[in-house]
Design a protein around this ligand. Structure first.
Ligand SMILES: [Zn+2]
Length: 220
């Protein structure tokens, strides 16, 4: 089935661009990982198809998942689409989800450890840590529930023995959170290799989170 041209095309093109960037940065290789974005109008989201890498992937290959459980598109959706749906159901404010098996986030997830506030930028996920869910088989309802639970208080989490999932208010935001957390996981693992990193206090992180609310460029 071919999707009608112009049907959320700019959003779908932007989604493909994120997939290509993740591949170019080495955060996803082959057909691992997946990206989705809420449809601009109505219910549902667009998601990458299962088993297809970034090479040659086009906006027409994306699968539309409606909130009623139906889908349309030429391919089967990502096998990890259940947790994307669970995130959108739990967090109406989030409009994009990026999932990667990036090396450092996955290494930390294999230790089944959260990323603590060893650096103030951990607040990029909305709090003073990036939690790690218990291990569940990919594609299962149990994993979806665990991710949705983590997303009640954050917009990113590690999944034990699996990888990282990050949400954003836009595709660019979800990508930014993904890149930041992967970089933080790398720094944290390096610090752990030579000692015990000092963790910022709740008060120190509360000050960061407060500062983040007003951080950034404002138009004059
Ligand atoms: Zn995965």
């Amino acid at each position: 089935m071919t999707l009608p041209d112009g049907d959320d095309r700019p959003l779908r093109e932007a989604l493909i661009d994120v997939v290509v960037q993740l591949d170019a940065l080495g955060l996803n290789r082959g057909s691992t990982g997946n990206v989705s974005a809420r449809a601009t109008q109505g219910s549902g989201c667009w998601i990458t198809p299962t088993g297809m890498g970034a090479a040659g992937l086009t906006a027409d290959d994306l699968v539309f998942l409606d909130d009623d459980g139906s889908m349309r598109g030429a391919w089967q959706p990502s096998s990890e689409s259940p947790f994307h749906r669970a995130i959108y159901a739990a967090r109406p404010d989030l409009r994009a989800v990026v999932h990667v098996h990036a090396t450092h986030a996955t290494a930390l997830a294999s230790l089944r450890r959260a990323l603590p506030a060893f650096h103030y930028m951990v607040a990029v996920a909305g709090g003073d840590d990036v939690p790690c869910t218990p291990y569940h088989l990919f594609g299962t309802e149990a994993l979806s529930q665990a991710v949705a639970q983590a997303f009640a208080k954050r917009h990113a989490c590690l999944m034990a023995n699996h990888g990282l999932v990050a949400g954003g208010t836009t595709l660019a935001h979800a990508l930014k959170v993904t890149l930041e957390i992967e970089s933080l996981c790398e720094a944290y693992l390096k610090a752990l290799a030579v000692g015990e990193p000092v963790i910022l206090s709740q008060g120190e992180m509360a000050a960061v989170i407060e500062r983040f609310k007003s951080y950034g460029q404002a138009r004059r």
